[in-house]
Ligand binder design. Structure first.
Ligand SMILES: C[S@@+](CC[C@H](N)C(=O)[O-])C[C@H]1O[C@@H](n2cnc3c(N)ncnc32)[C@H](O)[C@@H]1O
Length: 323
């Protein structure tokens, strides 16, 4: 696969309209870091700048623009930078994807006495109106935890409850008892994984059809950060890298195989490296030339992939194939 690494400004991308599929990156967060280039903005300045950067990114994107970012707390006041950006974008007629929260686990002991430790980071998605040209919202999914007849139930419009066998009322309850057994008139099997298997076991299986893979939802868990967890040692040459597993989550879900993923704040090249591994083409742009050089070294010397976890429920896989 080919890749491209450039020195440049995210606000002026040297790319044609709709020439990439996904734009994915993490811009400098307000005044959190200067990156040696004076990249320091207060909340309002950041929102104004990011509106311009986002409009430019969406110009070159065919699919969607996703930013990983969080607000900061200054003088004991939270700066709602991400919320302000999404609100202003929407107020000006822009379209948004439902935010996805990355549970990354903050620094133990941080937070100060006035506030709680910051454990989540936003993934904000900016798009054109209407359906996305391409998405795979189960790319990072998992087998459903409950088969038809499992513990879940839902309410019909008339307010009555129905469990997944399609029986209304309380007769088909599938409550999990304190001792771990499952009660109810129709004993569900949580070992049955798919609708097809459930229907083979009972052709009268209910109205709810769990998919083969469950939608992973908008809380990303199990992706940790820190030494040895970022996917490549050169990630630490950037002041604020994100882990490869996070880039994988979005590239698999929102960039079609063979498509192009652009990170206009590419730093150590995390997103570009992951795009390459996943059979997409990566473009990385960073205002600092030395970061583009680090990214090039990283892509030319890929790290050994982390072993795939045995149970996909426990943590998300890092790579789908060896490099
Ligand atoms: C949070 S870091 C990105 C780290 C990257 N995701 C990684 O994993 O290494 C933000 C990057 O944005 C770059 N940057 C700051 N202002 C920029 C601008 N106007 N245009 C392009 N890059 C910029 C910085 O040099 C820095 O490397």
């Amino acid at each position: 696969m080919s890749y491209l690494l450039l020195e440049g400004d995210a606000a002026r991308l040297p790319l044609a309209d709709r020439s990439v599929d996904l734009v994915f990156g993490s811009p400098p967060c307000c005044d959190a870091r200067t990156y040696g280039i004076g990249a320091r903005r207060n909340c309002e300045e950041w929102v104004t700048w990011m509106l311009e950067v986002t409009a430019e990114a969406l110009r070159v994107a065919n699919n969607i623009v996703v930013w990983i970012a969080s607000g900061v707390t200054r003088d004991r006041t939270y700066w709602p930078a991400c919320e302000g950006l999404m609100w202003e974008w929407r107020r000006r007629g822009g379209s948004l994807y439902r935010p996805i929260f990355w549970h990354r686990v903050g620094i133990p002991g941080s937070g100060g006495k006035d506030w709680f430790r910051s454990d989540v980071e936003y993934s904000m998605g900016f798009k054109r109106k209407g359906e996305l040209p391409w998405s795979d919202n189960t790319a990072m999914g998992h087998p459903p935890r409950w088969a038809p007849g499992g513990a879940m139930s839902h309410r019909l419009t008339d307010g009555t409850r129905r469990n997944q066998w399609g029986h209304s009322g309380t007769g088909a309850r599938a409550d999990r008892r304190k001792d771990g057994s499952i009660g109810g008139a129709r004993r569900p099997s949580h070992r049955i994984r798919t609708t097809a298997e459930a229907e083979a076991a009972d052709p009268a299986a209910g109205s709810y059809c769990p998919p083969k893979l469950a939608n992973p939802g908008n809380l990303i868990q199990g992706i940790r950060v820190g030494g040895g967890l970022m996917g490549h040692p050169l990630a630490h040459e950037n002041e604020a890298p994100f882990p490869e597993a996070l880039a994988e989550w979005f590239i698999r879900s929102l960039c079609p195989p063979g498509g192009i993923a652009l990170d206009p704040f590419s730093g150590s090249g995390t997103a570009v490296a992951v795009a390459e591994r996943l059979g997409r083409r990566g473009i990385g742009i960073d205002i600092r030339r030395d970061q583009a050089e680090i990214a090039r070294r990283r892509i030319e010397r890929p790290h050994a992939p982390a072993p795939r976890p045995a149970d996909p429920h426990e943590s998300l896989p890092l790579f789908d194939r060896p490099v």
